[in-house]
Write a protein that binds this ligand. Structure first.
Ligand code: NAP
Ligand code: ZN
Ligand code: ZN
Length: 353
């Protein structure tokens, strides 16, 4: 019998999130049933609820930075044990056979990856519901091990924010001696700063105001640029080998290209609703690159979690109860998060259904 579980979700782009009851399937042979303890609140949840990308199917239960405990296992599931602390990020299914899946890049599955929320489920007539809920059932192949040295609530944002910044830092050569700028000091941005500093890079934060400057230094940045101060980006011309752009709203990419050194890379991870043009001239005179990076696959996510335990990297969080989610969205929308909201699901478990 499928289980009825408590969740928080939205019924339309204009409606606030509200309590709802959703169904979770019984564990199938390779499934893991997870009691969700914590779920990070990513700006992608907000984009999706508001239908910023034009693809949302309602009702939607967001949440893809999930940490919980294994409560039951399917008859053939062997990768995790009852009681283990585990994580689920964006990915819950893919074909497992195409070249992308075999290479561990499941997000680029040629049959289409199944995302943990608002995604049609393979071979079923249902849509996925995410981590703003008390439990979920996921195939063991997509369930991560949370290292014992990590605080479970502070580790939750690593499942999306962590992997989304770790992957391009790795891919585009972050190492000692490299000058890295992080644009936007929010959930992704603060993890990018911690990770880049832990890899030995010289880190600069670019933020819209000076309000977060003391925090930027504490997180590991050596330099700070307030991008809306007049002439700020001109003064930073040709300074960076790598820029990680986590900005969620409209902004000028050409000005950022100007701050790259020759052969430098502007790596885009932020996904504003509106696209932005890039002028070819600024790229050509300097052999510069604009790149993108989409989360990371399952093996790289496990590698990142293990790296974070070894280097003591977790998110700075503000814990909220489920009923505070709408206020949290308002604050996230105005850049007022220090630096990731994490929902404590005990609050929802206590209230029903
Ligand atoms: P967040 O916590 O809200 O942080 C975004 C930060 O961007 C804000 O704190 C603010 O930083 C800055 N910002 C916002 N609007 C701006 C504007 N118009 N101009 C300049 N700066 C602005 O969001 P997040 O959870 O880190 O997510 C960031 C973006 O990454 C979102 O678009 C999200 O959908 C996307 N994302 C992509 C992936 C992927 O796989 N590529 C994965 C997860 C999330 P300051 O206060 O420092 O200015
Ligand atoms: Zn996310
Ligand atoms: Zn595949």
């Amino acid at each position: 019998m499928p289980k009825q579980v408590s969740a928080y979700g939205a019924r339309s782009a204009n409606a606030p999130l509200e309590p709802m009851t959703i169904e979770r399937r019984d564990p199938e042979p390779r499934d893991v049933e997870i009691e969700i303890l914590y779920c990070g609140i990513c700006h992608s949840d907000l984009h999706k609820v508001r239908n910023d990308w034009g693809s949302t199917h309602y009702p939607i239960v967001p949440g893809h930075e999930i940490v919980g405990r294994v409560t039951a296992l399917g008859s053939e599931a062997s990768r995790h044990r009852k009681g283990d602390l585990v994580g689920v990020g964006c990915l819950v299914d893919s074909c497992r056979a195409c070249p992308a899946c075999r290479a561990g890049h499941e997000m680029f599955c040629e049959q289409g990856a199944t995302i943990s929320f608002d995604s049609p489920e393979k071979g079923r007539n249902t849509w996925t519901y995410g981590g703003y809920s008390t439990s979920m059932v996921v195939d063991e192949r997509y369930v991560l091990r949370i290292p014992t040295g990590l605080d479970p609530a502070k580790a939750a944002p690593l499942l999306c924010g962590g992997i989304t910044t770790y992957s391009p830092l790795h891919q585009f050569g972050c190492k000692p001696g490299v000058s890295v700028a992080v644009i936007g000091l929010g959930g992704l941005g603060h993890l990018a700063v911690k990770l880049a500093a832990s890899m030995g890079a010289e880190v600069t934060v670019m933020s819209t105001s000076r309000a977060k400057e003391p925090d930027a230094n504490r997180l590991g940045a050596r330099h700070f640029i307030a991008t809306r101060e007049s002439g700020a980006l001109d003064a930073a011309r040709a300074q960076f080998d790598l820029i990680i752009d986590t900005v969620s709203g409209p902004h000028d990419l050409d000005a950022l290209v100007g701050t790259l050194r020759n052969f430098g890379t502007l790596a885009l991870v932020g996904l504003p609703a509106q696209g932005a043009p890039v002028d070819a001239t600024g790229l050509i005179f300097g052999d510069k690159r604009v790149a993108g990076s989409n989360i990371g696959g399952i093996p790289e996510t496990q590698e990142m979690l293990d790296y974070c335990e070894e280097h003591n990297v977790v998110a700075d969080i503000e814990t909220i109860f489920a009923g505070q989610i709408n206020d949290a969205y308002v604050r996230m929308d105005r850049g007022d998060v220090r630096y990731r909201f994490v929902m404590d699901l005990a609050s929802l478990r206590d209230s029903g259904p």
